[in-house]
Design a protein around this ligand. Structure first.
Ligand code: DOR
Ligand code: ZN
Length: 363
């Protein structure tokens, strides 16, 4: 048997799905992501949401201003699709060079999704414009129908809505975000169409927490709100399919942390918020998942190649080192004037990313 590697150097990764929040939170969230990732697709579900190009550019400036000195972290902005989004906005967004996707939240599906789409028929002209402009549609794939079991919402969304979007807009680039089920894996695998550059027209992001945990994590010895996110964790058989997809070397599956910070009090509450904070140790969590699955050699392409290829952006040229150096995830960290609990708080991870000094978190 081969001795285990003690160090691993990979192309610097990108995070293709990230929540940075806004205002004072940026001074805290941006350095964490900048320490590990070169770029990130930044989600637009602020209060109020980022609905047009002007707002996306202003938000981009706020993110850039929150970078640590010397950091070249690049935020890739997104627009929040609403019932009222104008089709003409897509050309403006494309021309800005700063907007890389439009996010579809079914209204009410998750955190700050109240302004989301109530009826997909209303946004068909926008989807047509996106198809024309080569602007990716980033999908939170869950139905909001209260009759549908919370664990079935992704599968039902695919069946009721995504199948027809895929069929009606065959050249639209689509990312099914933070997938959680075998149904989502099957849906992606069933569509192999490519764009003019040979990149997939349909892809999916996978979070570290969905690769590492089944829904049991939410109930281990009691109710564990820091494992509550949306789409909610699913049963073990789904987790295994996600891990297989991540480890398959198929370029349609790539890294998106969905790191979604909420202050401790907002999660440990009568009605706790959905979202797991993983930006501080994202690469370490992915390395843990890939190593447990025996496919560490596949981590680099998943984390650092496939997402850039999908979005038609150059792969990063610099690299990051991971060392085999067991460490414990802190129980909590300072966050604004309160604290935050990272995902897998208190547990031991086997790998530690050696982060660029310029981007080190001061907190
Ligand atoms: O768990 C989640 N948290 N899922 C989402 O879709 C949104 C996110 C957030 O913004 O907190
Ligand atoms: Zn998200």
């Amino acid at each position: 048997m081969q001795a285990p590697e003690h160090s691993l150097r990979i192309t610097r990764p990108d995070d293709w799905h990230l929540h940075l929040r806004d205002g004072d939170a940026l001074r805290w969230t941006v350095p964490w992501s900048a320490a590990q990732f070169a770029r990130a697709i930044v989600m637009p579900n602020l209060k109020p949401p980022v609905v047009d190009t002007a707002q996306a550019l202003a938000y981009r400036d706020r993110v850039l201003a929150a970078r640590p000195p010397g950091s070249d972290f690049e935020p890739l902005m997104t627009l929040y699709l609403t019932d009222r989004t104008a089709a003409q906005e897509i050309a403006r967004a494309r021309a800005s060079g700063a907007v890389h996707g439009v996010k579809l939240y079914p209204a009410g599906a998750t955190t700050n999704s109240d302004s989301g789409v109530t009826d997909l028929r209303l946004v068909r002209p926008v989807l047509e414009a996106m198809q024309r402009e080569g602007m990716p549609l980033l999908v939170h794939g869950e139905v909001t129908d209260p009759e549908v079991d919370v664990f079935d919402r992704e599968a039902v969304f695919i069946e009721r809505h995504l199948q027809s979007i895929r069929r009606d807009f065959p050249a639209l680039k689509i990312v099914l975000e933070h997938i959680t089920t075998s149904h989502a894996v099957d849906f992606v695998l069933a569509h192999d169409a490519r764009d003019a550059r040979g990149a997939p027209l349909l892809g999916a992001t996978l979070t570290a927490h969905h690769l590492l945990h089944s829904r049991n994590a939410m109930f281990r010895g009691g109710l564990r709100p820091h494992y509550y996110c949306l789409p909610v964790l699913k049963r073990e058989s789904h987790r295994r399919r996600l891990l297989d997809a991540a480890c398959s070397g198929d370029p349609r599956f790539f890294l998106g942390t969905d790191s979604a910070p909420h202050a401790r009090g907002a999660k440990e509450a009568d009605c706790g918020c959905a979202g797991c904070f993983s930006a501080m140790h994202a690469l370490e969590l992915y390395a843990q998942a890939f190593e447990q699955a025996g496919c560490l050699s596949r981590l680099e392409a998943f984390a650092s190649h496939f997402g850039a290829d999908f979005y038609g952006l150059p792969r990063n040229r610099d690299s990051i080192e991971l060392r085999r150096q067991p460490w414990s995830v802190p129980d909590s960290l300072p966050y604004l004037d309160t604290r935050i609990v990272p995902v897998d708080a208190g547990t031991e991870l086997g790998w530690r990313a050696v982060c660029d000094a310029a981007s080190q978190q001061q907190a």
